[in-house]
Design a protein around this ligand. Structure first.
Ligand code: GLU
Length: 445
């Protein structure tokens, strides 16, 4: 059966889930040449099996707000594939979260986790709950109710949730607390835990640091470095923070940040005390970046716009899926940018990806470049099972090593007959190979 026909049927089976279909389409386009003539893969129905999650849970999360009114949210957990290890992936609390988005993220997670070379299956979950503007008590009651619905499906050998958008160590703490009460066990069933009770050093910075280690390896191959490069960043959460800190440490200048209210352009670059201010801002503001432009002279605020119109050498989207479409991709190219590094999960839509490919803009795919976050989650689990704590320096060392290996894998599998490298294809092919070989070894299950 041709790929188009397969995708057509898949769309009928999964109506109203365009993000999931888009992600599967892009992935299968990279690996299709591997599948078409491979008797083993066809015979094992690999295509059908990797496009169907193992299990999907959709559940009600009722909780009481501070006014005594019961609110009902919808929770999700998609246990996508556990061929390589226990299900592992984040929880996202975001008001616009839908099942289609969760399935897309779970699908991406399977292959992201495969690239880490660690024993991790893939999953994703969350709820259409917005922690912003909620009191501490409301967040705690929500997290407790969420876990009450999900706890018997979780476990350190079964399914291990972690951080994602809207879920920091605070939310993990409340969920872990309820899980511990129900199971009577202090186990490594969640990652992103507080550093004093099972968490790991560097988890908050790890995704961003990993992105920059990947970029460093990529630039080194072109006889370039981060020194003196101008970078545009979107978002200003944990990922953006880690990216900026490491990029600045290595000599780059980061000139933009964004939130739902727009973006700021800081021609002098975001450094030192400005980064401290950023952390403060995140804790107090409702995701707004405008106050930054009031605090520091010379900073320009662009209301309700995205930062991609600002010229740069490297663009690093750190916000959310599909933030870069064709128009933004054009702006990025017109600004002279040569590298787009996906720090968020699928921040570029399919048209943008094709545009970058056909305009020789190097793209580092999210499933490779941002795999440092989940890799450090796996290091947290290792420390939990050894009942040991590594120093942030030890964790950092391991993270760097993992990211350099991921880069080399993407390069090895992404090299084209003309010598050019497509890192997206490389990441998809390398990760596909590991997952599917494990599936074949384990039989038709
Ligand atoms: N959501 C994060 C990621 O995909 C972390 C997942 C986890 O630690 O489980 O990178």
């Amino acid at each position: 059966m041709g790929l188009e026909r397969f995708l057509f049927d898949l769309e009928i089976q999964n109506p109203g889930e365009p993000e999931f279909i888009q992600s599967v389409r892009d992935f299968l386009t990279s690996v299709k040449d591997r599948i078409s003539d491979d008797f083993r893969l066809n015979n094992a129905a690999i295509l059908e099996r990797i496009t169907e999650p193992d299990r999907v849970f959709v559940f009600k999360v009722p909780w009481m707000n501070d006014q005594g009114k019961v609110i009902v949210n919808r929770g999700y957990r998609v246990q996508y594939n556990n061929a390589l290890g226990p299900y592992k992936g984040g929880l996202r609390f975001h008001p616009a979260l839908t099942l289609g988005t969760v399935k897309m993220l779970a699908f991406e997670q399977v292959f992201k986790n495969s690239l880490t070379s660690l024993a991790l299956g893939g999953a994703m979950g969350g709820a259409n709950f917005d922690p912003k503007g909620k009191s501490e008590g409301e967040i705690m009651r929500f997290c407790q109710s969420f876990v009450l619905q999900l706890w018997d499906l979780l476990g350190s050998e079964m399914d291990i949730p972690g951080n994602d958008v809207g879920v920091s160590s605070r939310e993990i703490g409340y969920m872990f607390g309820m899980f511990k009460k129900l199971t009577h066990m202090h186990s490594g069933t969640f990652t992103g835990k507080g550093s004093e009770w099972g968490g790991t050093g560097l988890r908050a910075e790890s995704t961003g640091f990993g992105v920059i280690y990947f970029l460093e390896a990529l630039l080194k191959d072109q006889n370039e470095s981060l020194d003196g490069k101008t970078i545009c960043v979107s978002g200003f959460g944990n990922v953006a923070y880690g990216v900026i800190r490491k990029a600045v440490e290595l000599g780059a200048k980061v000139v933009t940040l964004s939130g739902p209210d727009g973006f700021i352009y800081d021609p002098d670059g975001i450094t030192g005390d400005k980064l401290d201010y950023l952390v403060e801002l995140r804790a107090t503001s409702q995701d707004l970046v405008r106050p930054y432009s009031i605090e520091f002279p010379g900073v320009v605020y662009y209301e309700n716009q995205k930062p991609w119109q600002i010229p740069c050498d490297i663009a690093i989207p750190c916000a959310i899926q599909n933030e870069i479409g064709l128009n933004e991709a054009r702006q990025i190219m017109q600004g002279g940018c040569k590298y787009v590094i996906e720090a968020a999960d699928r921040p570029c839509n399919s048209e943008a990806l094709e545009f970058f490919d056909s305009n020789q803009i190097v793209l580092a795919p999210g499933k490779a470049a941002n795999a440092g976050g989940v890799a450090v989650s796996a290091l947290e689990l290792v420390q939990n099972s050894m009942k040991m704590t590594w120093t942030p320096k030890e964790v950092d060392h391991r993270l760097k090593d993992i990211m350099e290996r991921i880069y080399q894998m993407c390069k090895l599998h992404g090299i084209k007959p003309d010598g050019s490298i497509n890192y997206r294809d490389g990441a998809n092919i390398a990760s596909f190979h590991r997952v599917t070989e494990a599936m074949i070894d384990q039989g038709a299950v």
